[in-house]
Design a protein around this ligand. Structure first.
Ligand code: PEP
Length: 250
């Protein structure tokens, strides 16, 4: 694997002052992050500020959601072309909060994935099971069916230009983290599922783990064979914890 990706999903948390503080601290600390690509995912109103403040740094910018349609009568939505004007290179698609709170289904997620790639941006496809599904032994079938919905729409070869994030729903924002072994089992199954259709793309595919990742849990998670980085929510809002997670990549 070339490098680890550590992505910070700010969710709906920011203010102009908080963005300035966080990004200036990240800029000061990023030189000590040697083996990870840091990417921040601010809310849309702060993209221009993030682009200006991160200009010339190695810290990338992503968005938390996008509209699959190109333009027109979609009140309240933001297009990929708009996001791209602000230096965005990654797009989260299918985050569990979008699936659960905004009723995004596999077909909508696949449409966003396809549209993102069509604009030469990289989708980070989020998949993961609920606690109930895990307790029923459905984890691998849920996750592989979420991946398959995208394979059906975009083909296996599309994974050459995509990132997957495995985020067990029960671990997001709860303080519960999948153990490294639990996470590795699912990551391995995701890679194997993609490999059954697109072996070469599966070998190079980056699969991030997300779910209450902290500086304390990151090193062991990132040491797993099929874990290529993290999608970090709460711990990405403070520069010291986000940088420490970046430094956990060896
Ligand atoms: C997330 O938002 O994708 C996430 C994993 O959040 P947290 O790290 O807070 O669980």
């Amino acid at each position: 694997m070339a490098h680890t990706i550590v992505a910070g999903n700010w969710k709906m948390n920011a203010s102009k002052n908080a963005v300035t503080k966080l990004l200036s601290e990240l800029k000061l600390g990023v030189a000590a992050v040697n083996n990870a690509e840091l990417v921040v995912f601010p809310p849309f109103p702060y993209l221009a500020q993030a682009q200006a403040e991160l200009m010339g740094t190695s810290i990338g910018i992503g968005v938390q959601n996008i509209c699959a349609s190109a333009k027109g009568a979609y009140t309240g939505e933001v297009s990929l072309a708009m996001a791209r004007e602000f230096g965005v290179s990654y797009v989260l698609v299918g985050h569990s909060e979008r699936r659960a709170l905004f009723a995004e289904d596999d077909a909508q997620v696949a449409a966003k994935y396809v549209a993102t790639q069509a604009m030469q941006l990289t989708p980070i496809l989020c998949v993961g099971e609920t606690l109930e599904q895990r307790e029923k032994g459905l984890t691998l079938s849920v996750v592989t069916s979420q991946i398959q919905a995208v394979i059906d729409a975009a083909g296996g070869a599309s994974f050459a230009n995509a990132v997957v994030a495995y985020e067990p729903v029960w671990a997001i924002g709860t303080g519960l983290t999948a153990s490294p072994a639990q996470a590795q089992q699912v990551h391995k199954a995701i890679r194997a599922h993609v490999a059954s259709i697109a072996p070469e793309q599966a070998r190079g595919l980056k699969i991030l783990y997300g779910g209450s990742v902290t500086a304390a849990s990151a090193e062991e998670l990132f040491a797993q064979a099929d874990i290529d980085g993290g999608l970090v929510g709460g711990a990405s809002l403070q520069a010291d914890s986000f940088l420490a997670i970046g430094q956990a990549a060896k």
